[in-house]
Ligand binder design. Structure first.
Ligand code: PRX
Length: 659
């Protein structure tokens, strides 16, 4: 019997479902030697100098890893460097000053290109301005900006003067901003007057104002004028206009501050849909080495490329793979403001076409939307420049994986399904596109040097094909150093469960469940908190969802657990269909059959509710918790974090009809 990933029950992948990287890709790949896995093992942890060697160090390190105070590991601890120097100055020094660093595509059709020289000039000017405002080394600067070039500029300006940044996703509320600034004791804020959402001016400054009102500390605030005359703003006390500051510091240069490798580069609060937001702290040296290395080895980025990660810089993907990784390697990184369907559903393909993008990296939620809209949108454009595609953020099941490869990648682009987290800093599980065969639906083996495992409750490795917990049993350079101001929670959240401190045996627990096949390929199933226990069977909601979305005509699905009056957990599925596909008994039947075939009849949803859309957070994550409350007939909490709150009432009505 074969499951949704094309594996049979003993965990072996049958032939016919895998793809080798094309020879033309392997020939030019940054990493193409299959011996790399063994080479890393034979020389661990010194192997990580390969990553560190991609950087320029002010002070070379002697020690690669110091583990005396595990799980507070220290990478390259006696080395010194500056992240902005690595992303800017050194490319000027190597004669690349006129090479495009950032190509920005604005929401209103605006375009701006910054060469490395342009970026260097603006970062220096803003660094000088920040210093003049009183920002000192180690002060946390909060940045609350949409996808405009001033966002990476502000990040790099902070990095230049050794001030850690805390970027808060622009779509989050005033309360969320205030909570984060309060938690980080941040006294500096960079924001803007507003931004455009589907053509309408949207006020960002009023959210920033409300956050400041809620804070005890005084906050010096820099405001970028994004809207021109569309939204006049008056600056109050402690507020400064970004463009005036730049004029005041025109031509200023600031010596990059040499930082200890273990000094904090930034903190990033995780999305916070559950519990208190966690301030994940990242280092300067280990983090930058790991993002540069994975940009090189996994995303195959080359300086001459035009590379595009279509994420938001407000989350970790954008930090690592729009800003730090690509700029450290001196490539051209594209950033875009807006949504993939405005002004039309071909927006992304138009950008790929016009910029001749070589490498494209996005999330499964976007890929499923493209699939739903239909292949005519990518087909309208010349996408032949694409050499490699990437996916990140959620499991991607074989159907959208293949659709992505066929309709965006022209049938011959390798696809890397990269697993990682805010806490891992950079990719930790993925195929190497110039080395490994691809198995749609499986992220791949742990990267060289990464010791990821799938274990049972006792921490022992599970048999191939069985579900277990995803752990990482050795440290890695991009790992979080701690949670801001909360070492204790860092240990309890991530290390306690599978470590044995008495034996000095430390294992990181990712919070995800996964399976591993006989070739060591890992399929990540979903968060542990999304696991449903049905009659003693442990099922990943995402696993069931994947089986549903693999059905022809299905666009997206969310599965939650519902408690029956008898106390059993039943599976409740919310499903949206592709445009033009009527929900109905045929599709309902096909879903039940596919779920039964992929996982077993036990996973077949007790209830199936069709809805035009699923409720999502502004960062695109499906709000399963809310759907769980709807299924269980519980009162709903705050829905203000949703991108589409209006859908909730419709779903409630539908659920009411069903039950
Ligand atoms: O559940 C995993 C899922 O996203 C979680 C991390 O979310 P976040 O910290 O927001 O970072 C997202 C971008 C790195 C993981 O615990 N996840 C991420 N990538 C994958 C994935 N699940 C399956 N496959 C992936 N490739």
């Amino acid at each position: 019997m074969v499951d949704r990933n094309g594996w049979d029950r003993d965990g072996t992948a049958p032939t016919g479902t895998t793809h080798d990287p094309p020879a033309s890709f392997v020939e030019q790949a940054n990493v193409s030697d299959p011996g790399i896995y063994e080479a890393f093992e034979a020389d661990w942890p010194s192997c990580w100098t390969r990553a560190a060697d991609l950087l320029s160090w002010d002070e070379p390190y002697d020690t690669v890893l110091e583990d005396a105070d595990a799980p507070f590991y220290r990478w390259f601890p006696d080395g010194r460097l500056n992240a902005a120097y690595n992303c800017l100055d050194r490319h000027l020094e190597s004669g690349r000053k006129n090479h495009a660093a950032i190509r920005w595509e604005g929401k209103q059709g605006e375009r701006r290109t910054y060469t490395y020289r342009d970026l260097y000039v603006e970062v220096n000017e803003f660094a000088a301005a920040l210093r003049d405002l009183g920002v000192e080394e180690d002060d946390v600067v909060t940045i609350y900006l949409p996808m405009i070039p001033e966002l990476p500029i502000a990040m790099l300006a902070c990095a230049r003067i050794g001030a850690p940044h805390s970027v808060v996703f622009a779509g989050l509320s005033a309360d969320a901003l205030a909570t984060r600034m309060d938690a980080a004791d941040s006294e500096f804020l960079v924001t803007c007057d507003g931004y455009y959402r589907r053509g309408d001016a949207f006020n960002q400054k009023s959210k920033a104002d409300n956050a400041r009102l809620a804070l005890e500390q005084d906050v010096r605030t820099v405001v970028v004028d994004r809207l021109g005359d569309d939204l006049p703003h008056v600056l109050g006390d402690d507020e400064y206009d970004y463009h005036e500051l730049r004029d005041a510091f025109a031509g200023a240069t600031v010596e990059p501050v040499s930082r200890d490798a273990e000094d904090m580069l930034f903190l990033m609060y995780t999305s916070g849909t559950t519990g208190e937001p966690k301030g994940v702290v990242h280092s300067t040296g280990g983090y930058l080495a790991h993002v540069a290395w994975t940009s090189h080895a996994v995303l195959d980025v080359k300086p001459a490329d035009t590379y595009w990660c279509a994420a938001d810089i407000g989350w970790i993907t954008g930090h690592s793979y729009i800003v730090y990784g690509p700029l450290a390697l001196g490539t051209t990184t594209v950033m875009y403001e807006g949504t993939p369907d405005y002004p039309d559903r071909d927006r992304l393909w138009e950008i790929v076409d016009r910029n001749a993008v070589d490498v494209f990296y996005t999330a499964p939620t976007a890929i499923r939307a493209f699939m739903k809209w239909g292949e005519e949108y990518p087909t309208e454009h010349d996408l032949s420049s694409l050499r490699l595609l990437g996916s990140v953020g959620e499991p991607i099941s074989p159907r959208p994986w293949n659709w992505y490869r066929d309709h965006v990648g022209g049938g011959d682009c390798p696809v890397v399904d990269t697993w990682w987290q805010t806490e891992t800093g950079a990719v930790t599980i993925s195929t190497l596109p110039g080395v490994d065969e691809m198995k749609p639906g499986s992220a791949g083996p742990p990267l060289p040097g990464i010791d990821a495992n799938v274990v049972d409750e006792a921490g022992d490795p599970v048999e191939p094909g069985r579900t277990g917990y995803l752990t990482i049993d050795r440290p890695w350079p991009g790992m979080a150093q701690t949670l801001y101001d909360n070492d204790e929670r860092f240990v309890t959240e991530y290390w306690q469960r599978f470590s044995d401190p008495a034996a000095d045996d430390w294992r990181y627990f990712s919070g995800d469940t996964a399976r591993i096949d006989e070739d060591g390929y890992i399929t990540v199933l979903g968060r542990v908190d999304d696991v449903i226990n049905v009659s003693g069977h442990r099922l990943g909601t995402m696993e069931v969802e994947s089986a549903i979305t693999d059905v022809d005509g299905v666009a997206e699905a969310a599965v939650v657990g519902r408690s029956s009056p008898a106390g059993d957990t039943e599976i409740y599925a919310y499903v949206s269909t592709e445009s033009g596909r009527e929900p109905g008994d045929r599709i309902r039947e096909a879903i039940r059959e596919n779920v039964a075939a992929a996982i077993g009849p036990i996973a077949s949803p007790t209830e199936l509710v069709f809805t035009p859309e699923l409720p999502k957070t502004r960062s695109g994550k499906i709000m399963r918790r809310l759907l769980e409350d709807v299924a269980n007939g519980e009162s709903l909490g705050d829905t203000s974090a949703l991108r589409n709150p209006e859908i909730v009432g419709e779903i409630q009505a539908e659920v009411g009809d069903e039950s």
